[in-house]
Design a protein around this ligand. Structure first.
Ligand code: HEM
Length: 513
């Protein structure tokens, strides 16, 4: 009798699992496809489990296998060739499949605004995205959904208030001056004028986030950054197998390595946390880490949300990643643009020297006056957006403009294509022309420009990132002039952020000489 009960339980569990797998991988995608096709929206035919992943990766492999012949900013066909192909075949709104997840491409300005602003409560990061980043940044604010996201955002927001940013500016200046000193030293010791500037930008942004968010030095944070980068690469390789049910449990090379790297990183984070726990409560520190730690000391909040040590670590990983990868990319591309457009470099330098006076210690109120520099930064983010908003999945059936959107469909906004669209920016959309940003009103009205996302989930570090970019660039411009090296190979690639594949070698000349 007992055996029969066990067999019955086993078969019931098996039936539930089978139904869920069937529903997730077949019934629900089929339903979504039917609903969208009935509204005239179609796309390339997906394959079972892998969707259109194979076509996408082979298209990208073909377009990125070679360098571009000259510094051409027309990079849409290189970075998102599938968008170019499918929008021609199926129109601007089309559906493609990442594994079993259907994503609808959306380029219509009004619908994008409606989607990000009005429907953020009904949408969020999908299971596939969360699984893909789980071992790398965990369930921090970037990947959380619903009330979990809301509470986390409330907790970390004070670290990005205006008064905190003012304090951070001092660290930013200090870290930048140290980086510029090490640049001077590198030139002196090597006897060469050439440096790969990207690595200096990675270092300075890492140093800044370590000191401002975690009150730790780069030396301490360095190991974390290295482990995080290794994890990022391992996870992106392992993600190619995520479309198969249960693939994360396979004891393959990636999963084993991911497990051990994750442990290594969390041990490092635990060390930082333990050393800070001693100080929390005794000091007036209000950086990100102390805000998080003081939350762990509280008993349950009103809504039952409690932050534990794992959550603190996930938040730290999120900020280590989000707080420096994007910023270093922005700085590197901007330097590439200024190094290959020396007329603009001279104009911005003249502004910097005029506004900063001694050029050594930019004050927050002076940064607001760097209008030309701001225009250059915007133009850089338009041509080479460092990050794109993640696709968002609808968790309810909703109406978006004229469309009935079924639950389970994700929206993908091709920011790069929008930023390079001739319909929006004019015939010179692929040229470097910072003057298009002279009139800031343009962007609050017609044009869609969203380097930091939009709506309630907009980038929490936007003001931080812009302040940091202005300080680093202003100080660099006030100490050096630079030109692009003949060794520069123009080869943008998308590896979570949009990066120059071989870095950016430039020739530097100290201004005093
Ligand atoms: C040039 C620099 C940066 C760019 C272009 C950028 C861009 C973005 C974008 C597009 C999003 C939205 C993602 C989405 O909608 O899925 C985002 C979110 C986020 N960013 Fe940034 N970011 C930058 C710098 C920073 C910095 C310096 C920090 C922290 C110190 C930061 C922390 C975050 C966090 C925590 C989120 C998640 C917000 C949420 O979901 O509520 N970012 N960023």
């Amino acid at each position: 009798m007992l055996v029969l009960v066990w067999v019955w339980i086993f078969l019931s569990v098996l039936a539930i699992v089978a139904y869920n797998v069937l529903s997730f991988y077949w019934l629900s995608p089929r339903h979504i496809r039917r609903v969208m096709e009935s509204q005239g929206i179609s796309g390339p035919k997906p394959r079972f489990l892998i969707g259109n992943m194979k076509e996408m990766s082979s298209l990208v492999a073909t377009t990125t296998c070679k360098d571009m012949t000259f510094i051409d900013h027309n990079i849409v066909g290189r970075i998102i060739p599938h968008y170019v192909l499918w929008s021609k075949q199926y129109g601007k709104r089309f559906i493609f499949w990442v594994g079993s997840e259907p994503r609808m491409c959306l380029t219509d300005t009004n619908l994008i605004k409606e989607f990000f602003i009005k429907h953020s409560n009904h949408s969020g990061k999908s299971w596939l995205q969360q699984e893909g980043t789980k071992h790398f940044i965990g369930k921090g604010v970037l990947m959380a959904n619903g009330m979990e996201w809301y509470h986390q955002r409330q907790i970390v927001s004070p670290a990005f208030m205006a008064d905190k940013l003012k304090n951070y500016a001092e660290y930013m200046v200090q870290c930048t001056n140290e980086m510029l000193d090490s640049l001077s030293e590198a030139l002196r010791s090597s006897g060469s004028t050439e440096v790969e500037i990207g690595q200096y930008m990675v270092q300075v942004t890492a140093e800044i986030i370590c000191r401002t968010a975690f009150d730790s030095s780069y030396e301490k944070g360095k190991q974390i950054f290295e482990t995080l980068t290794q994890l990022q690469h391992l996870c992106s390789q392992a993600n190619q197998h995520l479309y198969f049910p249960g693939s994360r449990f396979f004891p393959n090379k990636y999963n084993r390595e991911i497990k051990s790297k994750k442990k290594e990183m969390e041990n490092l984070l635990k060390e930082i946390i333990a050393s800070r726990k001693v100080r929390v409560g005794t000091s007036q520190q209000s950086d990100l880490l102390s805000l998080l730690l003081s939350e762990t000391n509280k008993s349950k909040s009103k809504k039952g949300f409690k932050i534990d040590v794992q959550m603190v670590m996930d938040e730290c990983k999120t900020f280590f990643f989000a707080g420096h990868e994007t910023s270093s990319t922005l700085l590197t591309w901007t330097i590439m643009l200024l190094a290959s457009n020396t007329e603009w470099q001279c104009r911005v330098r003249a502004e910097v020297l005029h506004v900063l006076n001694d050029g050594q210690t930019p004050l927050p109120e002076q940064l607001h006056k760097l209008i030309l520099l701001n225009m250059v930064i915007n133009e850089s983010m338009r041509l080479y957006p460092p990050a794109f908003p993640f696709p968002r999945m609808f968790f309810d059936d909703i109406k978006l403009g004229d469309l009935d959107i079924p639950k389970g469909l994700s929206i993908w906004v091709p920011v790069l294509a929008i930023n390079h669209s001739e319909d929006i920016w004019g015939k010179d959309a692929n040229e470097f022309k910072p003057e298009r940003f002279v009139d800031t009103q343009t962007f609050t009205t017609g044009k869609l420009f969203m380097p930091f996302g939009m709506g309630p989930r907009t980038c929490i570090g936007q003001a931080f990132a812009l302040r940091e970019a202005k300080i680093v660039l202003a100080l660099l411009l006030s100490r050096f002039s630079f030109t692009i090296s003949e060794n520069y190979r123009h080869a943008p690639v998308n590896v979570l952020t949009l990066k120059p594949k071989y870095g950016v070698p430039i020739h530097l000349k100290p201004l005093s000489s």
